[in-house]
Design a protein around this ligand. Structure first.
Ligand SMILES: *Cc1c(COP(=O)(O)O)cnc(C)c1O
Length: 370
């Protein structure tokens, strides 16, 4: 049996007709960049995430970049985030000339450990970027409190977590809508994936929304009049049309992911494999299902030999990347991130997995562990 880490074909098979009609609709308009289709998606995604405004852009990476620019983060400023994330979180900080300042993760959720943030704040700190990793929200209560106390922007990297929820002051809040700016990625492999690159910034702040809207089109308003220096980072109408079809199914797909996760959780209980831990008051959408074992490399080899797709997110924490040597960090600086990089492995979790596939993955993991 073959079980890929992700197979988008069964999803496409179910929505093929709708997607083709949506793409046809765009072709008939011959409007390809921004336009009404993108506007409708912006409205639907902002409503979905409980934010007031949505601004589509070219990628998840650019949604972080544009958010930092809108927040006025620039040369020499410091932005706090974790070293255990996709490169783009820190890379975007660097691209505006700011300095990523790393804080270690919580060992159980892999998200930023709020108790470690305050000691890293300096007069140059401008923003915090909590990452909602693997589909689970970071511990936003204390993060928002710290930001408020120190006058910092909170930019949520929600690239892996659209639809994820957390209890905040007793009520459900959604990933992306809790801080000043929230960043979504529509990269095809994400839980809400386009048929190419795409991203969106969501916010409750009308001024920030307007700034991001200008920045994605070279900082112009009106056209050819530039009060800001922006970028060319716009969302395509074809991507928006595809995403509008898919958004309707997203909650159902998230339920299916949670169900698959429940199957694995049960199967791995007392096996020596650590299942992902979801914090009380969190509702994960399992963008990834990440197990943990000291025998990670052995299990990974076994899975690959037996046709099971798996991947290490992320093998090298960002403080140990070559391009960040100049920041002066060393091995040992962020022990939880380093341990996670050594011991974790993502398994297939996509919604359309069949029961036999799930059982086969479990069987191979347990055999690989022996
Ligand atoms: C995917 C991802 C991004 C970047 O999104 P792209 O659309 O690929 O540019 C940023 N942060 C995290 C945590 C991601 O997983």
């Amino acid at each position: 049996m073959q079980v890929p880490l992700l197979d988008l074909k069964p999803q496409f098979a179910k929505i093929r007709d709708e997607v083709k009609q949506a793409i046809d609709r765009v072709l008939e308009t011959q409007v390809f960049v921004l336009g009404p289709e993108v506007q409708k998606l912006e409205q639907e995604v902002s409503e979905y995430s409980g934010a007031k405004f949505g601004v589509g852009c070219a990628s998840g990476t650019d949604s972080i970049l544009l958010s930092l620019m809108a927040a006025g983060v620039s040369l020499g400023d410091e932005v706090i985030t974790t070293p255990y994330t996709f490169f783009s979180t820190a890379g975007s900080i660097s691209r505006v000339g700011a300095i990523p300042v790393f804080v270690d993760i919580d060992a159980e959720t892999y998200n930023i450990d709020p108790s470690l943030i305050e000691s890293r704040i300096t007069p140059r700190t401008k923003a915090l970027i909590p990452v909602h990793l693997f589909g689970q929200c970071a511990d936003m209560g204390p993060i928002l409190e710290i930001a408020d106390e120190h006058g910092l922007y909170v930019i949520e990297d929600a690239a892996q977590s659209i639809g994820s929820k957390t209890k905040l002051d007793g009520a459900w809040a959604a990933a992306g809508a809790m801080g000043h700016l929230g960043c979504f990625s529509f990269f095809p492999s994400k839980n809400l994936g386009a048929y190419g690159d795409g991203g969106m910034v969501v916010t409750n702040d009308e001024g920030l929304a307007e700034k991001v809207r200008m920045l994605r089109a070279h900082g112009s308003k009106p056209k050819y009049h530039h009060s800001l220096i922006g970028a060319n980072s716009r969302l395509d109408a074809i991507q928006a049309a595809v995403l509008r079809v898919k958004l309707k199914y997203l909650d159902g797909w998230s339920d299916a992911r949670r169900q698959n996760a429940g199957f694995y959780d049960e199967a791995f209980a007392e096996s020596g494999i650590e299942s992902p831990k979801v914090r009380d008051g969190n509702r994960s959408i399992y963008n990834q299902y990440v197990i943990r074992t000291e025998a990670r490399d052995r299990v990974m080899r076994y899975l690959k030999e037996h046709g099971v797709g798996c991947e290490v997110y992320y093998p090298v924490p960002l403080h140990l990347q070559k391009c960040y040597a100049f920041l002066g960090y060393n091995m040992g600086d962020f022990p939880e991130s380093e341990a996670a990089a050594r011991e974790t492995l993502a398994l297939p979790i996509y919604p359309e997995l069949a029961d036999e596939q799930l059982s086969y993955v479990v069987k191979c993991v347990l055999e690989g562990l022996k």
